[in-house]
Ligand binder design. Structure first.
Ligand SMILES: NC(=O)c1ccc[n+]([C@@H]2O[C@H](COP(=O)([O-])OP(=O)(O)OC[C@H]3O[C@@H](n4cnc5c(N)ncnc54)[C@H](O)[C@@H]3O)[C@@H](O)[C@H]2O)c1
Length: 392
C-alpha cells in the first residue's frame, strides 16, 4: 500500500513536471507561425542514418538542416543519396557554430553519445539520442538535469512503446483478462553487426544494442524493475569487422537478465550476438514470440520483434484455450520513427508516450546487469518512470 501511494505521488509529480517542461521548452516558440518547422541536425551518418533520414524526410514540419560525421564523406554521401540539401560538417563543434537548429539527432557509435549529447544540450539544443543516451545511469541523469535546467528536452531510443501492439498488450494486462501476471520473457539476437567495432568494444555489447528493446518493452508493460540479476558472457572472443579488421571482443555478446518488478512479478531478457536468425536483420516476416507474458488466466505473445511487430497471440480462459491472433496491423508504426514522433510532438505541444525517464531506467538496468555479473549479486535499482505508460 505504501508503495502504491509513493508511485501515485510519483506519477502525479512526473506528469506535472513533464507537462510544465513541454510548455516551458516551447516558450521560445511563442510566435510560432503555421509554417514553423523544427530544424534538426543529424550527427553520425552510418548505417542507421539510412533509416532515419528517409523517415524524417516524410515529415512536413521537420527539416534536416545539417548532417555531420567524422568520416566526412559519409555526410556528403547521405546528403546526395537522399537529396537532403543540408549543410555538412566534419565534427560537432563545427556543426554547433554553423547552421542554426533546434534538435540534434545522435546516431554515432554508442560510446560517444554521452559527450555529444552534453555538448548539444550545453549549446541549447533539444536531443534525440540513439541508445544509450549516456555511458552510465548517473551520467544520463545528469544530462537530463542539465537539459531541464535549460528548458530543453532529451529523448532516448528505442521507440517500442509507440507500437499499437505495445498499447494492445498493456491494455490486455490492465484489463485483467490474463489473470494475475507472474512471469514474462523477452529475447532478441542475431549474429552481430559486421560493419563497426564499437558494438564489441567496452561500453558496447548486445545489451545496449539489442536487449534494450526487450527491457523497454517488459518494463513498459510490467512496470519499473526494482532489482536485477544477470549472467553475461563473451561467446566469440574475436571478430572481423569492416572498419577495424580483426578485433578482440570486450563487451558481452551473450546476456541473460532477471528483473524483479512490483507484485513479485519476475521477467527475463535474453539477448546476444550469436543467435542464428533465419529472417536476418530485416525481421519482416519474423514469427518468433519475442515477448511472452504469463498470467493465471491467460498467456500473451508478441509475434515478431518489439521493434518490428507482426501481431499478438492470446490464449486464455476467455478464449476457451483457443489461440487468437490479434492486433496484426502496425498502424504505421516503424522502429525508426522515434525522432520524427518526438519532433512533431514538440511542435504540436503534445506529450508523446515515449519518455526519457523510461530510457534512463533501461540504462540503469544495463549497468546493473554488468555489476551483477561482476559481483555475482543482485543489484537494487533506484530509478522509476511514469507507469502505466498506456491508459487502461
Ligand atoms: N544499424 C542499425 O540498424 C541500427 C538500428 C537501430 C539503432 N542503431 C543504433 O544507432 C547507433 C549507430 O549505429 P550504426 O549501425 O549506424 O553505426 P555505424 O558505425 O554504421 O555509424 C556510426 C557513424 O557515426 C560516426 N561517428 C562516430 N563518432 C562520431 C563523432 N564523434 N562525431 C560525428 N560522427 C561520429 C561514424 O563515423 C559512423 O559513420 C548505435 O547506437 C546503434 O545501436 C543502429
Amino acid at each position: 500500500m505504501a508503495n502504491q501511494i509513493t508511485r501515485q505521488e510519483f506519477l502525479t509529480k512526473t506528469a506535472m513536471a513533464s507537462a510544465a517542461l513541454l510548455v516551458s521548452s516551447l516558450e521560445g516558440w511563442a510566435n510560432v507561425t503555421e509554417n514553423k518547422k523544427l530544424k534538426v541536425a543529424i550527427i553520425g551518418c552510418g548505417s542507421v542514418s539510412g533509416s532515419y533520414i528517409p523517415k524524417l524526410l516524410t515529415s512536413d514540419v521537420i527539416q534536416i538542416v545539417s548532417l555531420c560525421d567524422i568520416k566526412y564523406d559519409r555526410a556528403l554521401e547521405r546528403n546526395k543519396t537522399f537529396k537532403v540539401n543540408a549543410k555538412t560538417y566534419h565534427n560537432i563543434d563545427e556543426m554547433l557554430k554553423g547552421e542554426p537548429f533546434d534538435m540534434m539527432i545522435t546516431l554515432t557509435d554508442m560510446q560517444v553519445h554521452e559527450g555529444l549529447n552534453r555538448k548539444a544540450i550545453m549549446a541549447g539544443k533539444h536531443v534525440w539520442s540513439e541508445k544509450p543516451m549516456a555511458n552510465s545511469y548517473k551520467a544520463g541523469k545528469e544530462l537530463l538535469d542539465l537539459a531541464r535546467s535549460k528548458k530543453l528536452r532529451l529523448w532516448g531510443a528505442p521507440a517500442v512503446v509507440n507500437s499499437p501492439q505495445f498499447e494492445f498488450m498493456s491494455k490486455k494486462i490492465q484489463s485483467g483478462e490474463l489473470g494475475k501476471i507472474s512471469s514474462a520473457h523477452g529475447q532478441y539476437g542475431h549474429t552481430g553487426p559486421t560493419w563497426s567495432a564499437f558494438f564489441y568494444e567496452k561500453g558496447g555489447g548486445s545489451m545496449p544494442d539489442l536487449g534494450v528493446y526487450n527491457m523497454a518493452s517488459l518494463t513498459g508493460l510490467l512496470g519499473p524493475a526494482k532489482s536485477v540479476m544477470a549472467m553475461l558472457s563473451i561467446v566469440t572472443p574475436e571478430r572481423t569487422v569492416d572498419d577495424k579488421g580483426k578485433i578482440k571482443v570486450e563487451a558481452e555478446d551473450n546476456a541473460h537478465l532477471l528483473l524483479e518488478h512490483d507484485n513479485n512479478v519476475i521477467s527475463h531478457v535474453m539477448c546476444g550476438f550469436n543467435f542464428y536468425d533465419r529472417f536476418g536483420h530485416q525481421a519482416k516476416d519474423q514469427r518468433l514470440h519475442s515477448i511472452q507474458i504469463y498470467g493465471s488466466e491467460g498467456n500473451m505473445r508478441l509475434i515478431g520483434y518489439d521493434w518490428e511487430t507482426n501481431g499478438v497471440a492470446i490464449d486464455s480462459v476467455k478464449t476457451n484455450g483457443e489461440e487468437q491472433l490479434l492486433c496484426t496491423d502496425k498502424g504505421g508504426y516503424e522502429w525508426r520513427e522515434g525522432a520524427k514522433v518526438v519532433g512533431e510532438s514538440m511542435l504540436k505541444g503534445i506529450e508523446p508516450r515515449i519518455n526519457v525517464e523510461h530510457a534512463l531506467h533501461v540504462l540503469e538496468i544495463i549497468e546493473a546487469a554488468r555489476k551483477s555479473q561482476e559481483t555475482g549479486t543482485r543489484i537494487k535499482l533506484k530509478s522509476k518512470f511514469p507507469w502505466p505508460m498506456v491508459g487502461s
